[in-house]
Design a protein around this ligand. Structure first.
Ligand code: BDR
Ligand code: CA
Length: 316
């Protein structure tokens, strides 16, 4: 089985990614940590509890982590509630399991501490998948300098190769905590990066989504409810573009090696200074005179048939 630590800012698409791994027979989930981002960290914790309850996995431990970026930004960064809903899950509190019925609580202790501890306990064997701002992962790097070397594999959803989705240059997760993204790029020998633009290129036909959402199951009904508002926004923006499944794609790569068809080694740094470019991920060819390390494997091609099968299982 594959040992996994999951760091999320649930979030409609984080919830879908969680459902994907919770349904995967080979995933052994060591722990889940909540990070600020789409909504505040307490709310993220409640959303994790709701998804675990939905999936009948209330035995899994989850922890609250960072409630703000590493360095408080000069100007407040907006959360993403316009897209994910004020509660982060589409503002459908009555959808089963209803928010008011969730009793599951976070474990004591900080999410970053749990990440650092898990990497020590499962040295070399742990896959970490991070689909929110990288604050917890950065804190774990600070707590234990060996953390980046103890983690077997880090899969991150974040960054942009072209236009971002928050600013012309920056993607949401990197923009939300640019310093943490920068730190993680500097400290990890190599991580798998699923950029915003890669997820746009791998947008799913709506007929696939309709097939999952139309199933007569509890999980399909929940997904249908939490997706309704954001799906309408997406279709309003571009009716034909399909569903951009940012976080589920990263989760798929974390549990299924065959889903990754191609990735390019790159040197990635994150812009911290620019008034227009803050949070931008800058990619360069590794090597050269400056001997730039290939610190990321930038995902270029994902097997959508595999992904389709994983999402299908997630809604059974
Ligand atoms: C990322 O931003 C968040 O709103 C999504 O959950 C995803 O992790 C996409 O840029
Ligand atoms: Ca997310």
């Amino acid at each position: 089985k594959r040992k996994l630590c999951i760091d999320v800012d649930v979030g409609v698409d984080d919830a879908q990614g969680l459902m994907l791994v919770l349904a995967h027979p080979d995933a052994h989930i060591v722990g889940i940590s909540a990070v600020h981002g789409n909504v505040d960290v307490a709310r993220v914790g409640r959303n994790i509890a709701r998804v675990l309850t939905l999936c009948g996995r209330t035995e899994l431990p989850f922890y609250l982590g960072a409630d703000e970026p590493l360095v408080p930004p000069a100007a407040a960064v907006d959360d993403a509630s316009f897209f994910h809903g004020k509660d982060g899950l589409g503002d459908v509190p009555e959808a089963v399991p209803a928010s008011s019925h969730i009793e599951l609580q976070a474990q004591p202790g900080h999410g970053a501490l749990q990440l650092a501890r898990a990497a020590q306990e499962h040295e070399g064997e742990l896959t970490v998948v991070a689909t929110g701002p990288l604050t917890n992962v950065a804190l774990a790097c600070k707590m234990d300098a060996q953390f980046p070397h103890r983690v077997g594999r880090l899969v991150v959803m974040g960054g942009a190769e072209g236009a971002g989705n928050v600013t012309p240059c920056a993607e949401y997760n990197f923009h939300c905590d640019a310093e943490s993204a920068h730190l993680v790029m500097c400290k990890f020998p190599q991580l798998v990066l699923v950029s915003w633009n890669a997820t746009v290129r791998h947008a799913l036909p709506w007929c696939w989504v309709d097939a999952w959402l139309g199933k007569p199951t509890r999980k399909a009904a929940f997904m249908r409810a939490i997706m309704a508002a954001s799906m309408a926004l997406e279709k309003e923006r571009d009716a034909d573009a399909g569903w951009i499944a940012c976080d589920p794609l990263a989760f798929a790569l974390a549990v299924c090696d065959e889903a990754l068809l191609a990735a390019e080694p790159k040197h990635c740094v994150v812009e911290l200074q620019g008034s227009l470019t803050r949070g931008m991920s800058v990619f360069q060819e590794p090597g050269g005179e400056a001997a730039l390390p290939a610190n990321v494997l930038l995902v270029t091609d994902i097997c959508m048939q595999r992904f389709q099968a994983l999402m299908d299982a997630a809604t059974d």
